[in-house]
Every structure is written in C-alpha cells, then in structure tokens.
Design a protein around this ligand. Structure first.
Ligand SMILES: [Zn+2]
Length: 293
C-alpha cells in the first residue's frame, strides 16, 4: 500500500469532504456553467470552498477538477486549457489544505459513451492521461476517479491516473438493479472492484447516485470482494424537486448517524456527495471520533 494511504489509515476512518458543485453555485456559479473555469477566473471562491471543508474537519479534500478532461471541457470551448485548469485546481486545494489535509484530486467521467461509439477508447485514454498528468503537476497527493457509470471508462481513467505514480481511488455509482447495488450498466460492486484493482486502483469505492442509506449493501459487497481500503461518498438522501431545482433535505446529523454503520461495514474513507456541505463534514468528524494528527 502506498505510504500516504497507510499513514492516513492508521487513524481510520478518514473523513473526506462533501459536494463542490452546489457550494460553488451558492457562491454564484451559474447552473450549466464550467465549474473548472473558476480555478482561473474566481480562484478565491474555489479556495474558500476547499478551506471550508478543511476547517470542518476533512482530512482529505478533493479539487474543483471533476469535469477537467478535454472531452468534458470541449462542451465549454475549453479543451485546450486542460493543463492550466487542472494544475490550478489541484494547487488551490493544496493551498487551502495548508498541510492540515491531503489533496485527492477529482477526475470524473467524459460525459460521452464508449458503448455507442460517441467516443473512442484511444481518445478517452489520452484525455484522462492529460488530466491526470496536470493534477499531479499541480501538487495532488492522490487522484480520485469518481462518479463513473461505465466500467470500461473507469478502467481507462484509473489506469491513466495510476501512470502518474500517485495513489488512486477508483469509484463508481451503484444505484441500479433489483437491490440498487449495481451500476446503471449492470456492473456489480465485486466486478468493479476486481477490474479497478487490476487497472491500478489502491482504494475502491462508491459515490453519488443514491442516498446514504442505500450505500450499506454496496459497502458490504465491496468489502466481500476486495481487501483494498474502501471509499464511500453518499448523497444526502434522495432529492425532491422544488421549483425545478433538486433539494436535499436530509439533516447533517442524520447523515452522520447513517455513516456509522458504513464504517462498521468496512468503510475507511467517508464523506458526502450531492447535497452535502461543510456542516455534514463537521457532523461526520464529530460522529466518527477524534482524528489524531
Ligand atoms: Zn453526487
């Protein structure tokens, strides 16, 4: 196991961070706008989101680079700025962490489907390599491949991240199938764990898709499938649509209480996805015990 992970896991569970998109929107990012562009145009706001998580008790924070691959950035006409946007995103989180947290830089999906030929494997591999290289250059301590729904794409992303030499977390969205423990394409946690470990993931996980209550069976299946540390970032329950917007009404203390069974089921890294905020991290940190430095 990479030294950094061993060091963090000596005081497990490790509280990570919460959602970024909604935090940036609360600071004025328009819905549908390119969040990563703010790494250059509104760096103070991005750094403030990261710092709020560190101050709330995150020992690991991510970065504002989820959609930072060239294919996703092309939708905003920013495909030629992969290097600077990702370097800046990793560096902003690093500055906010200020030695009090580690930076696990975020790398998300392309938004295009391999299955239908919308994007080719070679183009995806190249896009993830460019992004991962820039995240490493920006000072990331590790890379989190997250919110993946296609195992093939996840494997390519994990392999590209692994080429940097940094520790890699590989996460998929398990919220479909008869018991809501499969990806939308039918991949089981066990199949994902095996394939992502083979591709170079040091930590295996699940994020997004469903509320935290539904993560327990996913966590149990991951634990049975692999001895790698597990990473879980659940949504704050199921959203309601209010005035055309998604609203998550789960309270942070309820989320933190539901995190405890996940830890007992083997989660080593735990945080929040959609609908969570620094308040959720503060409650997680309190509920999951003191974190020795
Ligand atoms: Zn999410």
């Amino acid at each position: 196991m990479p030294t950094l992970l061993a060091q963090l896991l000596a005081a497990a569970p490790v509280v990570t961070d919460g959602a970024w998109g909604t935090q940036l929107q609360a600071r004025g990012l328009a819905a549908g706008a390119c969040a990563e562009e703010w790494n250059l145009t509104r760096p103070d706001e991005v750094e403030a989101v990261a710092r709020a998580y560190v101050e709330a008790g995150s020992r690991v924070i991510l970065s504002n680079t989820f959609g930072g691959n060239a294919i996703a950035l092309a939708r905003h006409g920013l495909a030629d700025r992969v290097e600077e946007l990702n370097r800046a995103g990793a560096a902003l989180s690093r500055r906010a962490a200020a030695g009090a947290a580690w930076v696990f830089a975020s790398l998300g999906p392309s938004g295009k489907l391999l299955l239908t030929g919308e994007v080719e494997e070679g183009a995806l591999r190249e896009a993830f390599r460019r992004q991962a290289g820039a995240l490493a250059a920006g000072g990331a301590d590790a890379i989190v491949v997250e919110t993946m729904t296609d195992l093939e794409e996840a494997r390519l992303a994990v392999a590209a991240a692994h080429e940097t030499g940094l520790p890699v977390v590989g996460c998929m969205v398990f919220d479909a199938g008869p018991d809501q423990t499969r990806t939308i394409m039918g991949t089981t946690p066990a199949a994902a764990a095996a394939a992502l470990v083979e591709a170079g993931a040091d930590v295996i996980g699940a994020n997004c898709g469903q509320g935290i209550a539904g993560f327990l069976p996913v966590c149990v299946q991951l634990r049975q499938a692999t001895d790698r540390p597990l990473w879980l970032k659940a949504n704050a329950g199921l959203p309601q649509v209010v005035d055309g917007r998604l609203v998550y009404d789960m309270q942070p203390e309820v989320f933190a209480a539901l995190a405890q069974p996940l830890v007992r089921a083997g989660a080593a890294f735990i945080g929040g996805c959609c609908g969570t905020s620094p308040a959720f991290v503060a409650h997680l940190a309190a509920a999951l015990g003191p974190t020795p430095s």
